[in-house]
Ligand binder design. Structure first.
Ligand SMILES: Nc1ncnc2c1ncn2[C@@H]1O[C@H](COP(=O)(O)OP(=O)(O)OP(=O)(O)O)[C@@H](O)[C@H]1O
Length: 257
């Protein structure tokens, strides 16, 4: 589903601040894969996601998603195939619009229609039915403005908006880090639910190494712009947070145990 070849990103090239954030990264993600990504501060995790999403041009390398070479595609075109959720619950939704308006925008992204097309009764029924799956009672609050929602509810809605357009790739950049523990747990459960879709490849950055080993089917560890570990199956089942810390000499306060 996702093929990355020799991806390199250098910030502030040719200056005293030059920084190689991605150093020849090679990576394959299959349909149905749910890959957790760990690594110390500055390891290149967000740069990897931003490069895939086309936030900035890369210095070299190739990115192919669902057979399409996206390397030279602008960000807005890639966004049709990629869903993203960020750490900040304020980022993914239009807070002064209602829940159903937000959902409609996300849903119509796939159908290339704008909000002016209106919300049909069948769309509304679909939203209601799907919102009920979140288990937060949002299906009865569809005409409320998003700004009235809690951080956890908003992040669940953002996640839902990211998948309703049926992307090929879902990029989650510490999307539970700003939530209180019970909201984070709920959003992670929803993430498991949405990622369990064999048409989707999910990548999730987390500083919580325990969560990284418990969720998904594969874990990669980044260090200095490179993928230093890529584990799945039995190797991953046997991996522990303590072994990771010892093996990769991880020294990072944000790596929550
Ligand atoms: N826009 C930018 N301009 C200059 N340098 C940048 C930029 N974005 C990232 N960097 C640098 O690239 C390196 C990789 O950063 P990146 O944000 O990808 O790391 P990360 O693994 O996501 O870290 P964190 O866990 O702290 O978010 C860092 O040294 C960072 O300072």
């Amino acid at each position: 589903m996702l093929k990355i070849e020799n991806l390199t990103k250098i910030f502030a090239k040719g200056t005293i601040n030059e920084m190689t954030a991605l150093d020849g990264v090679n990576f394959h993600g299959a349909s149905g894969d749910f890959i957790t990504i760990i690594g110390s501060n500055g390891a290149g995790k967000s740069t990897l996601m931003n490069s895939i999403a086309g936030v900035f041009p890369v210095d070299s390398g190739k990115i192919v998603l669902d057979g399409k070479d996206m390397s030279d595609m602008p960000e807005h075109k890639r966004a049709k195939m990629i869903g993203r959720v960020f750490q900040d619950p304020l980022k993914g939704t239009a807070f002064d619009m209602t829940i159903e308006e937000n959902l409609s925008i996300a849903y119509n992204k796939k159908r290339r229609r704008g909000l002016q097309a209106g919300i049909s009764r069948s769309d509304r029924e679909l939203f209601k039915e799907k919102l009920a799956l979140l288990g937060m009672g949002l299906e009865d609050r569809m005409k409320e403005k998003v700004r009235l929602l809690s951080g956890g509810q908003r992040q669940a809605l953002t996640l839902f908006m990211a998948v309703i357009a049926e992307p090929k790739l879902l990029l989650l950049d510490e999307h539970t880090a700003a939530l209180d523990p019970s909201a984070a747990k709920k959003v992670l459960e929803l993430t498991d639910y949405f990622a369990d879709n064999d048409k989707l490849c999910t990548m999730m950055i987390t500083h919580n190494m325990k969560a990284a080993l418990e969720h998904g089917n594969r874990t990669i560890l980044m260090q200095s712009g490179k993928i230093k570990m890529d584990i799945s199956g039995d190797e991953r089942k046997k991996m522990t947070v303590e072994k990771l810390i010892e093996k990769f000499e991880i020294d990072n306060d944000r790596m929550l145990l």
